[in-house]
Design a protein around this ligand. Structure first.
Ligand SMILES: Nc1ncnc2c1ncn2[C@@H]1O[C@H](COP(=O)(O)OP(=O)(O)O)[C@@H](O)[C@H]1O
Ligand SMILES: [Mg+2]
Length: 236
């Protein structure tokens, strides 16, 4: 079980004059074997929360627990080793390495070609066209994004963090994205998304607003997304 307890994340604003709490006194338990979709306006702190969980940011206050252990001071690699797996919002390019190389690195073994191809097929890429391709600037944003999803599947883990996985992915391949999330049903899956199709896959929705948050079962939160203006959603 992944838990965020009384977490603040405070930053300095652009002029470095005033402090702003991007995350304020947040306490959340992310249910196992469930999909939680984090949604909310731009700038409400969704990516920040993902970065706090993955270990890229450290809370200003509060703690993060994984299976009862305090992981607040663990770095991104240490958390990855515990099974917390991330696909970034902005894909990373690795010069000189092929897709197969990266899949092998992610899964810490030399994959059989058939296994490597399966990861690529799952993310909607025609494996034979990509397996030996160098991951460089000739790949489009959408291709990179999918390769990154394939890498997170190859890595495996118990907690999967996806920050706007649909970004740059064409609508026709949306269904394969949904299939990926469905295939992770026995994991803790946390997805940042605005997309209706992804929200519909959620067991729970965590709605972030500028200075508040609300988590609940999908039906409960989803209807407030549809019916209330933003400032009313959280009772403000
Ligand atoms: N390291 C940082 N330093 C300063 N401001 C930050 C930092 N990280 C996030 N912010 C600010 O926090 C707010 C929330 O950002 P973010 O989590 O990326 O929002 P979202 O993903 O919900 O669109 C934004 O106003 C952003 O500028
Ligand atoms: Mg974001």
């Amino acid at each position: 079980m992944l838990e965020v307890k009384n977490v603040d994340f405070v930053v300095n604003d652009e002029n470095n004059e005033t402090e702003k709490a991007v995350i304020k006194n947040m306490t959340i338990s992310f249910p196992e074997n469930k999909i939680t979709v984090i949604t909310g306006q731009n700038g409400s702190g969704k990516s920040t929360l993902i970065k706090l969980i993955m270990g890229l940011y450290k809370p200003t206050k509060g703690k993060i627990f994984y299976n009862g252990n305090d992981i607040t001071n663990l770095n991104i690699t240490q958390r990855a080793n515990l099974g917390i797996t991330t696909a970034f919002q902005q894909p990373i390019r690795f010069k000189g390495l092929t897709v197969k190389n990266l899949l092998d690195i992610a899964s810490e073994k030399s994959n059989k070609i058939s296994d490597a191809c399966e990861y690529l097929s799952k993310v909607g890429l025609c494996a034979k066209n990509y397996i030996n391709r160098e991951v460089d600037s000739t790949l489009s944003g959408g291709e990179l994004k999918r390769i990154e999803l394939a890498l997170s599947l190859a890595k495996g883990g118990d907690v999967f963090l996806f920050d706007e996985p649909e970004a740059g992915i064409d609508l026709w391949s949306f269904d394969s994205l949904i299939d990926i999330f469905k295939s992770l049903k026995d994991k803790t899956v946390i997805i940042v998304s605005h997309q209706d199709k992804i929200l519909k896959q959620a067991d729970y929705i965590l709605l972030l607003d500028e200075d508040d948050y609300k988590m609940g079962e999908r039906e409960e939160i989803y209807k407030t997304l549809k019916t209330e203006p933003v400032c009313k959603r959280l009772g403000g």
